[in-house]
Design a protein. Structure first.
Length: 292
């Protein structure tokens, strides 16, 4: 996995070098989302994509994917969304078109592993070390059968988890570094001290372990202030009692906001709303103090 991320990181370096030569502005959020999309395709199902270079099909999928996610949020906020769909309002029409694009893209991936009759291709999962390959291999050896629809939905969930969360966190890092040039300088100094400024070699996770406390602190602080998932909600499938003694009945929706917890001054101090990576350097926190 580290090799995959390192290889695609070099794609970013080359792309930014080209843009710098022509003094062309760049949208780092778009670049990071393409980067994580390319990585998760390789790691999850060995699909070689290159959205960083502007491959039309890959970019079309991402655009459609974003339209659907925005549409789902709209549906959540508007309980009458089925009426909107019936009337063919713009948001619902856009979702319908985008869903066709997303399904067609994912079906190609599913076809890598399944025959048209729904049976798994043995030769496809043999020696396949991707997330999907390992998942299907385990299912097969355990006697568990999954159909194409289940795997399609799993693949989409994997893309969301692999693209959006990391892409958002990396974008936040760049934003905060642009707003705090002093931390840019510290990060640059650490990179030169640890790696000699060599950008031509792909670094793996072990290369960073314990060698880059500033880089880790910047990332954690950006994630604390701008969590990739600022709010979440689950429905209890059975009555559940929290450690505090508070009981949640079955079938009740429970929401929580990491965004608020991460700025709680009783936990993080009076400067909880400020970007200060030094809070992470050389310090140990309890189980409730970590970015999400």
């Amino acid at each position: 996995m580290g090799v995959v991320f390192g290889t695609h990181a070099q794609d970013i370096v080359r792309l930014l070098a080209k843009k710098a030569d022509t003094n062309e502005p760049v949208n780092m959020q778009t670049i990071f989302y393409c980067f994580t999309f390319d990585c998760i395709n390789s790691v999850a199902f060995n699909k070689n994509v290159n959205s960083l270079e502007g491959n039309v099909k890959d970019c079309e999928f991402q655009n459609a994917f974003d339209v659907i996610q925005a549409g789902v949020l709209t549906r959540f906020l508007m309980p009458w969304w089925k009426l909107n769909r019936f009337l063919g309002l713009p948001t619902e029409r856009a979702m319908g078109k985008s869903l066709k694009v997303v399904n067609a893209y994912v079906e190609e991936v599913v076809d890598q592993y399944f025959e048209k009759d729904g049976t798994v291709k043995d030769d496809a999962i043999k020696d396949d070390r991707t997330i999907t390959g390992l998942f299907l291999e385990y299912a097969q050896t355990s006697g568990i059968k999954y159909d194409r629809v289940f795997i399609r939905d799993m693949i989409l969930n994997t893309v969301i988890a692999g693209r959006d969360t990391t892409g958002s966190a990396l974008t936040s890092c760049i934003q905060f570094l642009c707003e705090h040039p002093a931390w840019q300088d510290k990060l640059h100094e650490e990179a030169l001290a640890c790696f000699g400024g060599n950008t031509q070699e792909s670094l793996c996770f072990d290369d960073l372990d314990d060698k880059s406390p500033v880089a880790e602190a910047v990332f954690l602080e950006a994630l604390r202030l701008h969590p990739s998932v600022p709010g979440n909600e689950k429905i209890s499938i059975r009555e559940t009692t929290f450690p505090s003694g508070f009981t949640v009945p079955a079938g009740v929706s429970v929401g929580w906001t990491p965004q608020a917890t991460n700025m709680y001054k009783k936990l993080w101090g009076p400067n909880a709303e400020e970007f200060d990576p030094s809070r992470w350097i050389g310090k140990t926190y309890d189980d409730f103090m970590y970015p999400t």
